[in-house]
Design a protein around this ligand. Sequence first.
Ligand code: ARG
Ligand code: ZN
Length: 886
Amino acid sequence: MDIARTPSTPDGNPEMADAAHEIASPVEVRREDYRPFPWAVPQVALDFTLGLEETQVTARLDVRRNPAAEASPVLRLNGDGITPLWVKVDSAETTGWVMDGPDLLLTLPGEAHSVEVATAIAPAANTQLMGLYASNGMLCTQCEAEGFRRITFFPDRPDVLSTYTVRMSGDAGAFPVLLSNGNLVSSGKGEGGTHWAEWHDPWPKPSYLFALVAGDLEARRDTFTTCSGRKVELAIFVRRGTGDLERTGHAMESLIRAMKWDEEVFGREYDLDVFNIVAVSDFNMGAMENKGLNIFNTRYVLADPETATDGDYDAVEGVIAHEYFHNWSGNRVTCRDWFQLSLKEGFTVLRDQLFSADMGSEAVKRIEDVRVLRGVQFPEDSGPLAHPIRPDAYREISNFYTATVYNKGAEVIRMMRVLAGPERFRKGCDLYFARHDGEAATCEDFIRAMEEGAGLDLTQFRLWYSQAGTPRVTIRMAHDGDKVALHLSQNVPATPGQPDKQPMPIPLKVALFDPQTGAHRGEQLLVLDKAEDSFIYQGYASRPVLSVNRGFTAPVAIAQDVPTSDLVFLAAHDDDPFARYEAMQELVVTHLKEAVSGSLSDEQRDEGRAAIAGALRAVLADERLDDLMRGELLILPSHAYLSEQMLVADPGAIHGERQALRADLARALEGEFVALHERASAVPYSLSPQARGARKVKTQALIYLAEGNPALAEKMAAAQYRAADNMTDRQGALMVLAGLQGPERTHALIDFYNRYRGNALVVDKWFSLQAGSLHPQVLDHVKALAEHPDFTLTNPNRVRALYMAMAVNPAAFHDASGEGYRMVADLILQLDPLNPQTAARFVAPLGRWRRIEPQRANLMRAALERIAAAPSLSRDTHEQVIRSLG
Ligand code: ARG
Ligand code: ZN
């Protein structure tokens, strides 16, 4: 479908096409092959004649030789599935061009030329949702990473920065709203019911930040006055007449808070007169930071109490902020090449995490972020798709928009902040922005700015950018006389292509508690930068309790032989809320690991469960805890995180033990859970932390009771469902009912569907709850839902709602029959020709086979081999399958 690449091109650019290799083995692009592009393109003028079936595009590029690059007369313009209708050089039509695979090559004699190319594209037939495509009668674009080349021929790489002028014309009835980047320059009526608009973006940008939207849209409008007093017109566009406009208030408030926060915390001011957001139902990812015209998946824009959960509200706030923050970390300073993706993504994720922490509870936000890291990124880092946050090679860049680049990338920058402290970190950021404004920069540029601005020596720290794998830190505490010694060692595991690793600097916040007084003498920051090191503390007459990696200062796994009593102590007394949560998790993880391995006698198992029940009872009774935090402490470690702790996991055994523990805890604490549910149910709906906390613990209580006393849980969940005046309560109750087998399940599922049919985002929830349920027939339900009239392979949200929910549901996906694996493989094969980017995302769950017990591992590998044997695969899926079979 696309290009293949070798480093030896006439223009010294690694992006050489070689059509012969296209399908069989797409060529690797390597970071070390980077060469500057021989041509600069200071100005671009685009002209669109819009139509859903056909859109005509003319592009005029002012090109001149790039003095900073090796000279070449050849201008390579990337294309993907497009053909030139005509080509002009310096206003004269020419036939002096050739196609090289999907790319167009021109040989230009002089220093500077104007190049014009006309193309015609078919938005309605664009099921990949990259480039210009149609969604519910609207036209919109997604260009990152390499979608612009599906619109017109262009040096589609992030280090070619241009000033864009965009003119578009189209039917005034079908497309009353015409948007692009920057400011509206002029608009008017054309012939035959058409109209046109011209937009100009004064800020030079790479092609991946180009955007265009045309459709019948309505907008919520507001304004923001920047710190220097400039007034910015804000608008959030949705499809007209859908009722969605009423659901954009939270997104608008979030945007305004984000703009203010970035001024106050990072000193970053917005730089255009308008900031537009458009919500689109068909979208591969979450959202896109196109300059002045962010395009969003509807699920990260729309929220009201009736249709969005508290979690949805947080996700909207976080993604709105994330895309807005890209205006500086991504747009004003962009990436030199796609290997530097974490430069903008890791940094921007950290910025959105800090923002959300400031908007709500810092502790709860940290716990949520670490849960994602451990549940998604740690498994990635220990599997066949492991890669450093700055990868060295790729075949399809879309496959590298990963939890590693995003979330571990954020953790790496967070460590710099821990090492420097917030003030010096800010100085490093200021220097980075000042030094590289208007440039396409590298991770190395960021590190250097941080070294100089924050006053850090990051020589060894750079290993965090180049080495993949989650470091494992082993800790042993020795107490002798009044001396405490912490013996630490680290091991960075081998990952594909990286057999040997060097020790990395690992910043760990620690505290030593006196178990008698419950106090410690202040937090210390240790930096473990050798394979092994010891840290000595004097003046401890009795053995202290160690609290380590407080606040999760380093993205590492800690191995430690700790007595259960220490964990129980920390779970009840640690003054760092993250460490308290961590102790609770560790208590459960340690127990379940032993239980799953079969090394516990019945008596020992009962003892373990009793210790956990005691700790949970303390959490339920602790009046100093707010419910948001209590809710976190009630959440059992995920199946994915537990599997991660075992070299080879037996998903059936893990699931069984985890559920049995939950049932046991629920029986031991039934009265407490019922009382908690009752107390929380009395709190009226609002978005206050108290009310949100109440909703969180309410559903947590039901989740426990469903295991311990299903009949009671069914009654309570059905009552919660009926009484619900908000989606959090309704979805929580339905989730619990979906896993039970009584009559209330069916009633509630039918009611929910009838109530919300026609609201795509809520119907997505309906699919997800069933595919993610604990019901024993879940795979049959998924098969039936795939035949439901509302199911379609052309909408990524719907596909994920059904199949990703199943693929991350351990009891379903790992069904011993292998049926879950077969269903995911079937989906990949069906979806790949339509939407390779989304299809390729489903490969990773199958790729875990090496870490799964042999019977299931064979079935998983067989599913992968069946995909690999398909006659034609996209570059996206091909790369993931080959790596997974590795
Ligand atoms: N830059 C976007 C974000 O992080 C993600 C876009 C990725 N799109 C893609 N098709 N790979 O907000
Ligand atoms: Zn981003």
